[in-house]
Design a binder for this molecule. Structure first.
Ligand code: SF4
Ligand code: SF4
Length: 371
């Protein structure tokens, strides 16, 4: 588990200049499009589902139109400093961060051709080898031709994430058969088993599935999973204090920093998504958004993985926050989780703060620094 680090303590490390560019973030989780070929009951997002006809064209057009502007507002480098790995002089090593292109399923037609491939090429052109490009897919749409096209477009890693009993069509031994077939296919394509985070001399692949003893057992209180009453999380399950949660989102420049981006450019501190996006990347740069939140107690509490403390300077004690975590599932079952309290705090207190910070940034961009 990564410990939160006070931002003020981070300044003295490596000076930055043209040869030594400013490190930015370790990871961006970019949901390219809402389209998916499945409609799983446990999915954390209602909008991940099959679309046909005009509805499909609409989600593809949204992704197609926004991706270039979103990428323009990604950080100028995808490097970061790893405080857990220092050199002989005690300085954190610089490492290459990653951008995870995910859905839905980004291999769905026509998302793959019209959005994914151009996005991979654009990112490769922008960052050269100083980024690791990860394509996340459920696996059953992968073919030899598609793997070749992905590698040609610049993918470094294919992460197959849907091989588990929770995904429609993967129950029983079907997932084992698919995994064996895909392993053979990836090997034939010259790829090696690896991890999304670890750089390798050539393209790599990995598999992960949701198992009851890992995250899926609790399930985020979001999307169809929530509507179907599938989350068994309690107050003890702090989704915020982990990858995918808010932990580290403000630590940009260092290991552990990650944000989540939606197809319309909305950016969030976590994949569960807060009730209000912290900004929009079709309008403004990511680093400017993060800098405007740095030092604010509510956002620092999220970044520290301690959401129950986000209201301490805004009239909400920890007990107030915990009380607001209580709700009832659509099935009528009592339920408590920190993400519910976070939703309530955003609705009652934080949304106007986010709006005000966005307005200040907008005014600054328009040349009114006193705003
Ligand atoms: S869980 Fe994955 S495969 Fe299933 S609907 Fe959601 S995004 Fe699609
Ligand atoms: S508590 Fe809020 S910020 Fe943290 S993971 Fe949940 S929704 Fe995201």
């Amino acid at each position: 588990m990564r410990a939160p680090i006070p931002l003020g303590a981070l300044a003295p490390y490596l000076p930055c200049n043209a040869e030594n560019p400013e490190p930015r973030v370790e990871s961006i989780y970019y949901v390219l499009s809402w389209a998916c070929h499945r409609r799983c009951k446990h999915c954390y997002e209602d909008r991940f589902r099959p679309y046909v006809g005009d509805a499909l064209e609409a989600v593809v057009r949204e992704a197609e139109a926004n991706a270039p502007r979103i990428i323009d507002h990604f950080p100028d480098t995808m490097l970061y400093r790893d405080l857990s790995d220092v050199d002989e002089a005690g300085e954190p090593r610089r490492k290459v961060g990653r951008i995870i292109l995910a859905g839905g399923d980004v291999l769905v037609d026509p998302v793959r051709e019209r959005v994914l491939y151009p996005t991979l090429k654009r990112l490769r052109d922008r960052y050269g080898r100083d980024v690791r490009l990860v394509v996340q897919t459920t696996g059953d749409l992968v073919t030899e031709t598609i793997v070749g096209e992905l590698l040609h477009a610049g993918a470094d890693h294919i992460s197959v994430s849907g091989l588990d009993d929770f995904h429609v069509g993967m129950q029983g031994n079907k997932k084992d058969v698919l995994r064996a077939d895909l392993t053979a296919l990836f090997d034939r394509s010259g790829m090696q088993a690896g991890t999304a985070a670890a750089p390798a001399p050539g393209p790599t692949y990995s598999f992960f599935g949701a198992t009851p003893d890992v995250w899926i057992g609790k399930i985020w209180p979001r999307g169809r999973a929530w509507e179907n009453g599938l989350s068994t999380a309690t107050l003890a399950d702090n989704f915020c204090n982990a990858w995918s949660g808010g932990l580290g989102f403000l630590r940009h420049g260092f290991n552990g920093s990650e944000v989540a981006v939606e197809p319309d450019g909305s950016v969030y501190p976590c994949c569960m998504k807060t009730r209000r996006a912290i900004g929009n990347l079709t309008e403004e740069p990511l680093i400017g958004i993060l800098d405007s939140l740095a030092g604010h107690p509510a956002f620092e509490a999220i970044s520290a993985g301690r959401p129950e403390r986000m209201g301490l300077t805004m009239g909400w004690s920890v007990d107030d926050f915990l009380a607001s975590c209580a709700t009832t599932t659509p099935q009528g079952r009592p339920y408590r989780n920190l993400c519910i309290g976070c939703d309530r705090f955003h609705e009652a207190v934080l949304a106007p703060v986010i709006d005000e910070l966005a307005e200040q940034r907008r005014a600054r961009r328009a040349g009114h620094p006193a705003a």
